[in-house]
Design a protein around this ligand. Structure first.
Ligand code: AMP
Length: 394
């Protein structure tokens, strides 16, 4: 390891943005993913100050439902040592005293960075408070690596005189995704799904001419289908995006990339089980909403995936949390497993997609489950990663 951390206080940006259900952690994958870095610093006699965001608080001070306290408790269990969790604010006297008073082997987790307005603004004076009294900076928050929040960019910038490095998780993600995307074996297939097309429009554009086939499922497909003039009933559509979606379809058509859209659906009158109808063909009745891709589409997508040598998947194919609308997502996950067994490289990115794939038992049967959704898309798009550029070159 590059940095001598014995007796040093290392400020570590982690991604503890875990899903909470009634105040307890529904999935601790992201906390576990940070353990190699934390344990490595502790084993070498260092002191660890952890910082993270959780959810989307308003940046107006402490909001109990976004507190990182459950993460501190869980981390202490996983590490088998106490984790100090000072006060309500990452910048106040309590927090500063906790950092200043650390001994070797101590761990402090600061409260949610986004309680402070400076975090989202990338504020340098906020970063200046965070770096006081620390000897090195380590970024291990791949899930946030595409953002320019203060803890990601202004903090290492404020520490130009001290070592700023990538943690184990960030390094592994960057290496894996970077190498795969830089020289993909073909056919190269990207699968996009999920609810919001606005999040992924730029991705679709950038992937035109890059991937051999672009598969679009999930609710976002309805905005594209609407642009093509199909009847989508009451399915989720982003009306203000339809026109742009139409232009995007033309751009993809003019490129070397084949666009695959669903051609049959599993529909319901409401987004819940018990009212299910199958629709073959792309005309959804006015009183119905498409909640999953149909079996014919799922099989068509799966066939493309099985024949691929590189697959990147972000976004579920339907309302996978509610059976029977999980079938399309399951069929695609199975196809990724088959492609992996046949020697292909398969990458699943994004919180929802990762938890769907893991929950369905395919976590070990794909090449890589990325901890970052937006970050892996940004890498796939070849977009800028200022947080990575702010670290010392290795
Ligand atoms: P996103 O955050 O944009 O990746 O969207 C993920 C969410 O989209 C998941 O909670 C899915 O249940 C939901 N979703 C995907 N397809 C549909 C659909 N056809 N109708 C309603 N929700 C959907």
């Amino acid at each position: 390891d590059l940095v001598d951390v014995a007796h040093a206080t290392v400020l570590v940006r982690v991604d503890f943005n875990v899903p909470l259900q009634e105040g307890s952690i529904a999935d601790d994958t992201r906390i576990r993913a940070a353990l190699p870095t934390i344990e490595s610093i502790l084993e070498r006699g260092g002191r660890v100050v952890l910082m993270s965001h959780l959810g989307r608080p308003g940046g107006k001070g402490h909001e109990p439902e976004f507190s990182l306290e459950p993460a501190a408790t869980r981390l202490a269990e996983l590490l088998g040592r106490p984790v100090a969790f000072p006060s309500n604010d990452c910048t106040d006297d309590d927090a500063r005293r906790a950092v200043a008073g650390m001994a070797d082997g101590d761990v402090v987790l600061l409260e949610n960075l986004r309680f402070h307005p400076g975090e989202k603004k990338g504020d340098a004076s906020f970063a200046g408070i965070l770096v006081a009294g620390v000897d090195a900076y380590c970024n291990d928050a791949f899930g946030t690596a595409h953002r320019s929040d203060a803890s990601m960019v202004a903090t290492p910038t404020a520490m130009a005189d001290r070592p700023c490095v990538a943690g184990r998780l960030l390094e592994r993600e960057l290496r894996y995704l970077g190498e795969t995307i830089a020289a993909p074996e073909r056919p190269f297939v990207a699968i996009l799904g999920g609810a919001k097309v606005s999040d992924k429009l730029k991705t679709i554009r950038r992937l035109a001419g890059v991937v051999d086939t672009l598969v679009v499922g999930g609710a976002m497909a309805f905005t594209l289908l609407k642009a093509k003039g199909c009847a989508v009933g009451r399915s989720l559509v982003e009306s203000d995006m339809v026109e742009e979606a139409g232009r995007m379809i033309e751009e993809v058509a003019a490129s070397s990339t084949t666009l695959l859209l669903p051609s049959d659906f599993v529909c319901g009158a409401e987004p819940k089980a018990g009212t299910t109808t199958s629709i073959s063909g792309t005309e959804i009745p006015d009183d119905m909403m498409g909640l999953d891709i149909g079996p014919e589409s799922a099989e068509r997508f799966a066939e493309t995936v099985r024949a691929a040598r590189t697959v990147v998947w972000n976004g579920p194919m339907g309302l996978f949390e509610v059976a029977p609308f999980d079938q399309g997502t399951r069929t695609v996950a199975e196809a990724l497993a088959a492609a992996t067994e046949a020697g292909g490289t398969t990458i699943v990115g994004g919180g929802d997609t990762a938890s769907a794939v893991q929950g369905m038992g395919f976590g070990e049967r794909v090449s890589h489950v990325s901890t970052g959704g937006g970050a892996s898309l940004t890498m796939l798009e070849g977009g800028p990663m200022p947080a990575v550029e702010a670290l010392d070159a290795t």
